[in-house]
Design a binder for this molecule. Structure first.
Ligand SMILES: C[S@@+](CC[C@H](N)C(=O)[O-])C[C@H]1O[C@@H](n2cnc3c(N)ncnc32)[C@H](O)[C@@H]1O
Length: 223
């Protein structure tokens, strides 16, 4: 089957920027207490559930995968970009990183205790997000957790330059209510959402940032 054009475009863009992206964002989480708070809550829940490993989908250089690992979560990463996967493997040789797309995961039904998609659904054309959420639902075990980070809004930008490189990349700002509705339609119930204002560094070009924590319906005792 021919690969959709948007996946080829995302891969080409992130292959181009992988090394510089990794350097620029290496310590970014250290400056973001609210991001760390959402990751800490997610980690505590998946550790308590103990129903399976956690996939960091669109893991990029693996900084969030490594952060989760540091919180005691059995995490591994998957990314579309082979260059990102190579950077992640070099940076975190103790962790597992694979090439793949969140739109068609090489994982069995119900294989995961959790999914983190940290600023990685933002490049998917919004009309295709229902397919992405259906795939998340398929690979999560009943009760399995989902944590999303994305740019809050209702806007589409085309980037011709980013992280010091010329490229071609679409970015979609998404309304948190809409994202929660899509998740719900796929069988993923929202448990919490956080919307924070842009910080100093983000303010010149970015807006609000959104985080959604959800779980797959169906586990006895949580529905
Ligand atoms: C903004 S970066 C975020 C990387 C990482 N989550 C982080 O926070 O540093 C977006 C990443 O998502 C990946 N990505 C986008 N769409 C994807 C898809 N359909 N499947 C797998 N990875 C994808 C890109 O290759 C890129 O590495």
């Amino acid at each position: 089957m021919t690969e959709p054009a948007h996946l080829r475009a995302i891969r080409a863009a992130y292959d181009t920027v992988a090394a510089d992206y990794a350097t620029l964002l290496r310590t970014e989480l250290d400056t973001k207490p609210l991001d760390r708070a959402m990751l800490a809550a997610f980690a505590e829940l998946v550790r308590a559930d103990d129903v399976g490993p956690v996939a960091d989908l669109g893991c990029g250089p693996g900084r969030v995968t490594a952060h989760l690992h540091g919180l005691g979560v059995p995490a591994f990463g998957i990314d579309l970009s082979p260059e990102m996967v190579a950077v992640a493997r070099r940076s975190h040789p103790e962790l597992r990183f694979e090439e793949g797309s969140m739109t068609a995961l090489d994982l069995a039904d119900g294989a995961l205790g959790g999914i983190v998609a940290w600023y990685s659904i933002i490049h998917t054309p919004p009309e295709l997000l229902p397919d992405v959420f259906a795939e998340f639902h398929r690979v999560l075990a009943p009760g399995g957790r989902l944590l999303l980070a994305f740019k809050a809004g209702n806007e589409h930008r085309h980037l011709a330059r980013a992280y010091g490189h010329d490229l071609s990349l679409d970015v979609h700002w998404l309304a948190p209510d809409h994202v929660a509705g899509l998740a719900d339609k796929a069988g993923l119930t929202a448990d919490a959402r956080l919307i924070r204002e842009p910080d100093e560094r983000e303010r010149p070009t970015q807006g609000r940032q959104a985080y959604l924590l959800a779980h797959r319906r169906g586990e006895v005792g949580r529905s």
